[in-house]
Design a protein around this ligand. Structure first.
Ligand code: SER
Length: 883
């Protein structure tokens, strides 16, 4: 058996498959591109999903990759196992070989065996391996026994052992929907000294037999209702955990003992000053910290930021779990962010190295925040556990700890596990579901991948060059159903073989325009993509349109130009943000319309006015430089090899458009753009705001819209200047002087009102009637506002000790009523009850307390009824009181 470093093993794998005709391509980002069904990239095959589903084609039939994966959320989640086993990680590298309608079961199995056991390759003794196959997959079973020569008792057939049909260790599925198929897995036996059961055992596995390679035969697409449909072509998708095969080849029994982890754990121990270096790779807290610093660093570097939602929340859970484990082994103060440096040192990865300071800053912020609440949260949990009757902690308490004290589910789970206490996981999720925002968030990642208008037509897009395109109608939909004809005044979706209409994607809205010939006119209000077809959504305003009609598709060029300049400005904005705020800025979303552009990006704090000005200046400077905007078509691998800045996660194989704006910005982009930056004319930021923790949003306008905006703002200034009798240059001074005057006037007005109130209290005091000991006053006062009424009522209550005061006034065309009752009376005569009574009868709005309440009635003709009602109500209560 060879003995190589992890880096060498990765390279050997790729070289082996390169020798077998595979193209080596880079892995994709941890954030899946355009895939709402997936939280994180969790397998090497993710970037090929659309190829498996037949939605995209590929120019290589054999590919090999080393893919960064996260399994800490969604269908594949190992978070809670990390620390407790030798082989689980939240972040790991998956080595894979893929066949697209090329070789199938036989070669896939033979290649795997040759790499593992071949003298020139890994050279692992054959008798260390065990194999599993799906129970109905006779073909794989026979290949292993008859062609490879594995003894029959070493091949285990595994059925649906996870509770439902196709739910099996040997039936691999990417998510709840999407590509899937039977698999055969290769296990390595670490030997008798390690505890563990054979694969497929009901009692769990232990660490003796470790699955090192999973070979999946992608044959089906799974739908939301659980049904499977055969894919048009079969594919091979394999995955070998780099850390696991390194453990085998470095002759250690735990992934945490391989070279990269040994060094990382040693650095961590040194940093947090743990002296016992020898046993550290089996210390579960150190394993957790070592694993979690890797996932945190890679996630942040791919653009995920800790937050309370979605991906950001998973990252937050990972970071907090690591910090808790530091706390548990006695680390004092901040430590987690300090691990970025030793990790980066081990990685030799330029992209991450350039982000070191940003990553440290993000982790430090998160750590500070969590340390403030951790102690309190843990004490509360200790208290709850000490009060526990039985051995189950309820889901509500776990949720309370999470929601109010920020103690993530996983930390509570760890603490409970340590103390032999179970907790009600389902109850936790039920409590969580009740929170609206959380449920919205969880639904984002459960959408059905297959839920699109089913159409197998292809539309060629000619809209980069043309604004009119002659074409043929290939499909018509009315109410999402396929029809042959659309009639006048009907809404529908028209598909053509060619079109110059851009379908909404990459944040850019779809084009609008007209589809017509001599017999009809169809007004297109929006354009969307349905698999490979482009759908024109709109209304037929004249004639009728039939399948196979020859038509002209013609876009609204004015609107398209406005959209295009906003799109080009978005690229300038992105580059300017990275220049001014730092390279951590990565696009998190965008919207490009004809009216404005919106750009979401990650940044820790609100931008200052100076930063916003700087950005505007840079973008406008680049506009004035009038760079030509050039697109080049190339394969993604080529783009990456050329070291072009790639912001988004992109799939392999597809030809990508690389957009260069002078030497200022390079991005991948499929959208439409201006020819030169000068076409943008002017760029103006309208707003900068926060949309989620760590995510900022800029809204901006360009071109004529920006000019109109500036003009209307300047008109507004002129109007205001005229109004306050000055010119624009002196406007600010004049407004300040005027505001000072207003303040003085308000002050004198208030003094006057006070005087009025004091006089009114004296004059009204004389009108009070006495009914058996109770002072009663129901009267109208002229022209007083609500505050004054209230002050008068309070003043009278103070003077009279046992009193009911009802004042009303007509003010600003409405009747204002204030009722005050001295507190010694208010249990019997409740001011709020009276106000409610009056409001209900006469249609008023208001409320208050038992001793003071107010309401407004819009109809002033009811004054007479009002008096009558109030008197009736009060007298009846007084009568009751005296009985
Ligand atoms: N997709 C399979 C897995 O992740 C094989 O790569 O295990």
């Amino acid at each position: 058996m060879i003995n190589k470093s992890t880096t060498e093993i990765r390279q050997m794998f790729l070289t082996f498959f390169q020798n077998k005709g595979h193209k080596i391509i880079p892995g994709s980002s941890l954030i899946p591109n355009n895939d709402q069904t997936l939280l994180f990239t969790n397998a090497g095959m993710n970037q090929f999903k659309n190829i498996f589903l037949g939605l995209e084609s590929i120019n290589h039939s054999r590919i090999t990759t080393a893919q960064h994966c996260i399994r800490a959320g969604g269908k594949h989640n190992d978070l809670k196992n990390v620390g407790y086993t030798n082989r689980h990680h939240t972040f790991f590298e998956m080595l894979g070989n893929f066949s697209f309608d090329d070789y199938f079961k036989q070669d896939a199995i033979k290649y795997a065996w040759e790499l593992l056991t071949g003298k020139n390759w890994f050279n692992i003794p054959e008798n260390r391996f065990w194999i599993t196959t799906y129970h109905t997959d006779d073909e794989s079973y026979n290949i292993w026994i008859k062609e490879i020569g594995i003894p029959e008792d070493r091949v285990i057939r595994i059925g649906d052992n996870k509770g439902s049909i196709y739910a099996s260790d040997n039936f691999w599925q990417m998510g709840n929907t999407g590509p899937c198929g039977p698999c055969t897995e290769i296990f390595y036996d670490h030997g008798e000294s390690i505890i563990g059961n054979l694969p497929g055992s009901v009692d769990g596995y232990g660490d003796r037999y470790t699955e090192i390679w999973n070979i999946v035969f992608m044959q089906f697409n799974r739908y939301n209702d659980g049904s499977l449909k055969l894919l048009s072509k079969p594919f091979v998708d394999t995955g070998m955990g780099l850390e696991r095969i390194s453990a085998v080849l470095q002759n250690v029994h735990s992934n945490y003992e391989i070279d990269i982890f040994r060094e990382l754990i040693a650095s961590i121990s040194k940093l947090i000053m743990l002296s016992d270096f020898n046993n550290n790779s089996s210390n579960k807290s150190l394993r957790v910290i070592a694993d979690h610093i890797r996932s945190s660093v890679f996630l942040i570097s791919d653009g995920v930021f800790p937050s309370n939602e979605g991906r950001g929340y998973v990252l937050r859970r990972i970071i907090r779990r690591a910090i808790y484990h530091g706390y548990m082994i006695g680390v004092k103060g901040l430590f987690f962010y300090k691990l970025v440096k030793p990790l980066i040192y081990l990685l030799d990865n330029n992209k991450i190295e350039s982000q070191q300071i940003t990553i440290e800053k993000i982790l430090m912020n998160e750590e500070r925040q969590f340390l403030r609440i951790l102690d309190r949260g843990i004490k509360l949990l200790d208290y709850e556990l000490s009060q526990l009757q039985g051995d189950i902690l309820t889901g509500e308490i776990v949720f309370l700890l999470y929601d109010t004290y920020g103690v993530p589910f996983d930390v509570t789970a760890d603490i409970c596990y340590e103390r032999g206490i179970k907790f009600d996981e389902l109850g936790f999720y039920a409590a969580m579901e009740q929170q609206k925002s959380k449920s919205r968030n969880s639904s984002i990642f459960t959408s059905n991948y297959n839920n699109i208008i089913k159409i197998d037509k292809n539309s060629d897009f000619s809209g980069y060059e043309k604004i009119i395109q002659r074409s043929k109608v290939t499909a018509i939909f009315k109410n999402d159903q396929f029809v042959n004809v659309l009639h006048q005044n009907e809404n529908g979706i028209i598909i053509c073989d060619k079109t110059c209409f851009y379908a909404e994607s990459g944040g850019q809205v779809g084009d609008s325009g007209i589809i017509s010939n001599n017999y009809f006119q169809f007004v297109v209000s929006d354009t969307k993509k349905y698999a490979k077809a482009i759908g024109h959504i709109g209304k037929l305003i004249s004639g009728s349109i039939s399948l196979n009609d020859l038509v002209n598709t013609q876009i609204d060029i004015k609107r398209r130009n406005a959209i295009s300049i906003n799109h080009s400005a978005t690229h300038l904005l992105h580059a300017a943000l990275r220049k001014v705020l730092g390279n951590h800025v990565i696009q998190q979303g965008s919207l490009v319309t004809d009216k404005y552009l919106r750009f979401d990006f990650n940044h820790f704090s609100a931008m200052t006015a100076i930063e916003i000005d700087k950005i505007e200046n840079i973008v406008n400077y680049q506009i004035r430089k009038n760079h030509s905007i050039v697109t080049t078509l190339m394969y993604l691998e080529e783009a990456k090899e050329k070291g072009l800045v790639i912001f988004k996660n992109d799939r392999c194989n597809v030809k990508v458009r690389v957009l260069n704006i002078g030497d200022f910005s390079t991005e991948l982009c499929c959208g439409t753009h201006a020819n030169r930056t000068g076409d943008i004319g002017l760029f103006r930021i309208n707003s900068e705001s926060s949309i989620a923790a760590g995510i900022r949003r800029i809204e901006a306008v360009t071109g004529q819209v920006a000019i109109d905006l500036m003009r209307s703002q300047s008109h507004l200034l002129s109007e205001i200047s005229k109004l306050i009798n000055t010119d624009v240059n002196n406007l600010l001074k004049k407004i300040k002087v005027t505001l000072d005057k207003v303040k003085l006037l308000e002050k004198s007005l208030n003094e006057l009102k006070w005087k009025q109130v004091a006089q009114k209290i004296i004059s009204l005091h004389k009108q009070v009637k006495k009914i058996n000991e109770v002072n009663l006053l129901i009267t109208n006062v002229d022209n007083m506002d609500f505050n004054q009424l209230r002050m008068i009522v309070d003043g009278l209550k103070n003077k009279l000790k046992l009193a009911i005061i009802v004042l009303f006034t007509i003010y600003n065309g409405k009747v204002n009523i204030t009722v005050g009752v001295t507190s010694n009376l208010s249990t019997k005569i409740n001011a709020n009850d009276l106000i409610m009574f009056v409001s209900q009868r006469l249609g008023g709005k208001g409320g208050g307390r038992a001793d003071i309440a107010q309401c407004v009635i819009s109809n002033i003709t009811i004054v007479h009824d009002l008096l009558f009602l109030i008197e009736e109500w009060i007298y009846s209560r007084l009568r009751l009181m005296n009985k």
